[in-house]
Design a protein around this ligand. Structure first.
Ligand code: ATP
Ligand code: MG
Length: 365
C-alpha cells in the first residue's frame, strides 16, 4: 500500500505540462478507485522556473526533491530561453537535480509495443517483441573527468581534452543496479566497454566480472566491446536483455535502442541514486523525449512516455507492481484498439490528440 508516499511533480516546459496533465488524471483515478493516497507536491524547473524564480532549479525545488520519495519530471527548454547564456539554460535544471540527488544509474527501456512493430524504421520482424533495458552510468566518466577543457599549446595551436575516469566503487554501484534488474527480468546481463583500448574499460570489465561471480552467479554475464554492441543492437537486437555501460557508451547505445523502437513518444526512463541510511533510494522518472517545441500548445503530444514513466515510478519507487502493470496494459490495449497520436500514426488507424489518448487509457483502466 502506498499511503504517505511523497511524489514531487515537475512538469517543466513545452509539452511537459500537457502530457503531465494526463498523468494527473491517472493519479486522480488511482486515488478514487484504488484507495491509494499520494502526498503530491508541484514544483518549478527549467524555463518555467527561470521565469518565476530567475534560476532553472532553485534551492527550494532541490529541497522538495530531497524530501520526496520520487520525482516525476516532464521536460525542459524551448525557443523562449534559447538566447540565454550557457550557465542560465533551462537544461541546467535537470543537470542540477541529477547531481544534487546523486542519480548515477539511468535506466532506459527500449520496448516495442506489438501494435507498433511496423512503425519502426527497421523490418518489423527484427524488432517485434523487443524488450531491452539499458543501464547507463550517469554521474561519472568522460563527461565529468578532469582534466578537461580547451587549452592553447606553446605553438599557439589549441587542443581539447576530456578524461575518462572511473573508480571501482562507481562501476560497482551501477553494475549492482544492472545485475538486480537482470535477476528480475530475463537473467542476462551484457556489460559494454572498450577494454581492448581503454584503461577505464579494463577496470570496468574486471569489476563487473568480480561482482557477477561473487554476488550474482545466477545471472548470465557477457562482455562486449561498445562498437560490436552497436552493430549487434542494429542487426540482432533481440539477443539482449539488460545492458550496462559507461556514461558515454550508454548515451550512444540508448539512443540507438530508442531509434530501433521508432517511437520516441512511447519511451519512459528512470534515474536512480544510492539507497540512503533511511532505506530510501532517490529516483527521478522522465520521458526520453524532450520539450518538443515544434508541437507545443497544439494538443497533439503523445502522453504515453510520461504515463509509462509514472508506471516505472510506481514499480521502482513505490513497490506498486500491480498498478504499474495496469497502466502498461492499458496503454497496450489502447494501441491495439487502433488509436494513435500523430507521432505513431499508421495507415488505417484513428488519429487522436493528447487528452483523447489520456481518456482512452483511463477508460481501459
Ligand atoms: P531535447 O533537447 O530536450 O532532447 P529535442 O528537440 O532534441 O529536445 P524532442 O523535444 O524530444 O527532442 O523532440 C524531437 C522530435 O520528436 C520533435 O519533432 C517532437 O515534436 C517529437 N516528439 C517528442 N516527444 C513527442 C511526444 N511525446 N509526442 C509527439 N511527438 C514528440
Ligand atoms: Mg535531444
Amino acid at each position: 500500500m502506498a499511503a504517505n508516499k511523497k511524489l514531487l511533480v515537475l512538469p517543466g516546459d513545452g509539452i511537459g505540462p500537457e502530457v503531465m496533465r494526463e498523468v494527473r488524471r491517472v493519479i486522480d483515478w488511482m486515488s478514487r478507485r484504488r484507495a491509494v493516497s499520494f502526498e503530491l507536491e508541484d514544483g518549478l524547473v527549467g524555463g518555467a522556473a527561470i521565469d518565476a524564480e530567475g534560476t532553472p532549479c532553485s534551492d527550494a525545488t532541490v529541497e522538495k526533491a530531497r524530501n520526496a520519495d520520487a520525482v516525476l519530471f516532464g521536460s525542459v527548454g524551448g525557443p523562449k530561453w534559447d538566447g540565454l547564456p550557457f550557465e542560465q539554460r533551462p537544461e541546467l535544471g535537470i543537470l542540477r537535480l541529477r547531481k544534487e540527488l546523486g542519480l548515477f544509474a539511468n535506466l532506459r527501456p527500449a520496448k516495442v509495443q506489438d501494435p507498433l512493430a511496423d512503425a519502426s524504421s527497421l523490418k518489423a520482424d527484427l524488432v517485434r517483441g523487443l524488450d531491452i533495458m539499458i543501464v547507463r552510468e550517469s554521474t561519472g566518466g568522460i563527461y565529468f573527468g578532469e582534466p578537461r577543457g580547451i587549452e592553447t599549446m606553446p605553438d599557439g595551436k589549441r587542443r581539447g581534452i576530456d578524461t575518462e575516469v572511473y573508480t571501482e566503487d562507481e562501476i560497482a554501484r551501477v553494475a549492482r543496479v544492472a545485475f538486480d534488474l537482470a535477476k528480475k527480468r530475463g537473467g542476462k546481463l551484457c556489460s559494454v566497454e572498450k577494454a581492448n583500448v581503454m584503461q577505464s574499460g579494463r577496470l570496468w570489465r574486471a569489476v563487473v566480472g568480480e561482482i557477477g561471480r561473487a554476488e550474482y552467479p545466477e545471472v548470465e554475464l557477457t562482455h562486449m566491446y561498445a562498437d560490436n554492441c552497436a552493430m549487434q543492437l542494429a542487426s540482432r537486437p533481440k539477443q539482449f536483455d539488460v545492458i550496462v555501460a559507461s556514461n558515454l557508451f550508454g548515451d550512444l547505445l540508448s539512443d540507438l535502442a530508442a531509434a530501433l523502437t521508432g517511437s520516441l513518444g512511447m519511451l519512459p526512463s528512470a534515474t536512480l541514486g544510492a539507497v540512503g541510511a533511511d532505506g530510501r533510494r532517490a529516483a527521478l522518472y522522465e520521458p526520453v523525449h524532450g520539450s518538443a517545441p515544434d508541437i507545443t500548445g497544439k494538443g497533439i503530444a503523445n502522453p504515453c512516455a510520461q504515463l509509462l514513466s509514472f508506471a516505472m515510478l510506481l514499480r521502482w519507487s513505490f513497490d506498486m507492481d500491480e498498478d504499474a502493470t495496469l497502466i502498461e496494459q492499458a496503454v497496450e490495449k489502447v494501441l491495439a484498439g487502433g488509436l494513435r497520436t500523430a507521432d505513431i500514426m499508421q495507415p488505417g488507424m484513428a488519429r487522436i490528440g493528447t487528452s483523447v489518448m489520456g481518456e482512452a487509457v483511463l477508460r481501459e483502466l
